[in-house]
Design a binder for this molecule. Sequence first.
Ligand code: GDP
Length: 194
Amino acid sequence: INFNKAQFKAAYGLPSQIPAAEAPEVVVCGRSNVGKSSLINKLLGRKALAKVSQKPGKTATINFYDVDGVYLVDLPGYGFAKVGQAERKRWADLIAGYFDQDRSFNLVVCLVDIRHEPQKLDREMVAFLKERELPFVIALTKADKISAQKARNTKLRVAEDLGVDTDDIYVTSSAKGTGIRELQARISEDTLEE
Ligand code: GDP
């Protein structure tokens, strides 16, 4: 994949709005503020294609980007403390509705902040992905905030904790560029046409 050939395609607020799958999809998800927009921008070599720190209260949407013929699907961040019950339900219905569709889910990149133990919502997402047998990797974000040694240890601990192979865990930093090439390589590999 040429990651520089990226453009925004569309945003959907309801699963029924999402058109039938036309391309392999790479899904990116994580708690709000985990660094999802920053990582997407870094992966695509862009400053502000995905919005960094979308204001709370703004309608959560699933955003599609066309990346050289592969669709990068940006799920709305979960776990906003201040979001009400109705918006939470809409979020859950949106995500479940998307994953219930007949699409080609080539890879789900699940983001977890490297500084914190995986939280309840992180665990629920991983459990969901396992249950559905969806191919996924974990990207630990903001690695520049801790030492390299500590990052290596955290990776091992998270692997053990979540029951994920270490080969499927990426230590990343959008600020420093750590792990970006490795994650791009994984995405390319997992979206190759047979
Ligand atoms: P999102 O809500 O998951 O899309 O997260 P954002 O990309 O908007 O980032 C949330 C906050 O974390 C912002 O203040 C970013 O500047 C910061 N951030 C994101 N990635 C990194 C990183 O790799 N290193 C550091 N130090 N800060 C980051």
